[in-house]
Design a protein around this ligand. Structure first.
Ligand code: NI
Length: 136
């Protein structure tokens, strides 16, 4: 590696201890490598978000299926944006919880908007958008 710049960071003791434990678990060589990976991931995310080209993404949400209104709203969102929805997978996790993974394609701005709409629906317990691209 060439052109390395040394930086020093001020980080709370508790935070860096937890990070070190995570690094050890993930088998990363050291803090520097782990922090470089984090920075690269964040930059890729930013570049993908800003890109004018086509983005592909997955949205993962966990919700309570007994909330029929939520299931209906998710279904409606999918139909309203059917051109952006490539596929979806529904898993009945247990008696109550459903896992839904939706693959999306389109302009980053539109994909993010739809994903945030779904994740933000009342009754969604957890949601995560992963934006990616074939252009990296
Ligand atoms: Ni279900």
């Amino acid at each position: 590696m060439s052109d390395l710049e040394r930086v020093s960071l001020a980080i709370e003791k508790d935070l860096i201890e937890r990070f070190d434990a995570l690094i050890a678990r993930d088998g990363k060589a050291n803090r520097s490598e782990a922090i470089r990976d984090l920075i690269r991931a964040r930059l890729i995310e930013e570049e993908v978000s800003a890109g004018r080209g086509e983005t592909v993404a997955s949205v993962t949400i966990v919700y309570d299926h007994q909330r029929r209104d939520l299931a209906d709203r998710l279904l409606t969102a999918g139909h309203d944006h059917h051109k952006a929805v490539l596929a979806s997978m529904h898993v009945h996790l247990d008696e109550v919880n459903c896992l839904e993974v939706v693959a999306l394609r389109g302009k980053a701005k539109d994909v993010r908007h739809l994903a945030e709409h779904m994740i933000g629906m009342k009754g969604v317990k957890h949601g995560k958008l992963v934006l990616t691209t074939t252009q990296v």
